[in-house]
Write a protein that binds this ligand. Sequence first.
Ligand SMILES: [Zn+2]
Ligand SMILES: [Zn+2]
Length: 71
Amino acid sequence: MAEKEFQQCVRCKYVADKEERYCIKCGAPLKNRCTKEKTLMHKGCSKVNKADAKFCADCGTATTFNEWGLL
Ligand SMILES: [Zn+2]
Ligand SMILES: [Zn+2]
């Protein structure tokens, strides 16, 4: 039997299922995504970074957790 994967909310420590995108207890994002948006010149970057990353490892743009002040 495969073990279910979990992730923890960085703000309230709620333990959520791996596939959930936002914390159901406090509304904070659970995935630390790159915030670089798609533009005419760039295809954007939606990389999911490590939970403690303030900036994207691929392009150096601020991450979701950084923008939300969670780090
Ligand atoms: Zn939370
Ligand atoms: Zn990026």
